[in-house]
Design a protein around this ligand. Structure first.
Ligand code: FES
Length: 151
């Protein structure tokens, strides 16, 4: 059966979430300790700052099977390293534009500012992103090859 006709109702997206150690990762921890449940589809990777995120990390995640990538960082003016989140925002803006030009829907790549006290926001963002990507279906980077056509 080709991917185009595959039943995607049971599709569970794989999300890679890069969370800043000082804010969003702590908020995810808070959500956990507060027993807030959210979609379990994300694999969280802790970075010291959202500004540490190399665009290559995002591309590698998508290439290796992620259906979406979420970046979480400190709110503007709250970055532990002064301006790492501004750097992250600039990279995100460019990368998102590039991914869209490659046909990758914007819902698959998201940046959110979530402070350490916003466990409820982690819950909401995770659930929203999983629902959005579920609606889109699996990321198919090479549909021509998947269909069995000659490259
Ligand atoms: S330390 Fe959190 S975004 Fe820089």
């Amino acid at each position: 059966m080709s991917d185009l006709t595959k039943d995607t109702t049971s599709f569970e997206p794989r999300i890679i979430a890069f969370f800043c150690n000082w804010c969003t990762y702590t908020a995810a921890d808070l959500a956990g300790t507060s027993r807030m449940t959210y979609a379990p589809n994300a694999r969280v990777i802790r970075t010291m700052c959202s500004g540490r995120l190399d665009p290559q990390f995002v591309l590698t995640a998508l290439r290796k099977g992620a259906d979406g990538v979420l970046i979480g960082g400190c709110h503007p003016h709250d970055c532990h390293y002064q301006e790492g989140n501004y750097k992250a925002l600039r990279r995100y803006t460019l990368l998102r534009r590039m991914l869209e030009s490659m046909g990758i829907e914007k819902e698959r790549f998201r940046l959110e500012w979530i402070s350490a006290s916003e466990g409820d926001r982690v819950q909401r963002v995770m659930n929203e992103m999983v629902a959005d990507v579920k609606r889109l279906g699996p990321l198919r980077l090479d549909p021509i090859r998947e269909e069995g056509a000659a490259p």
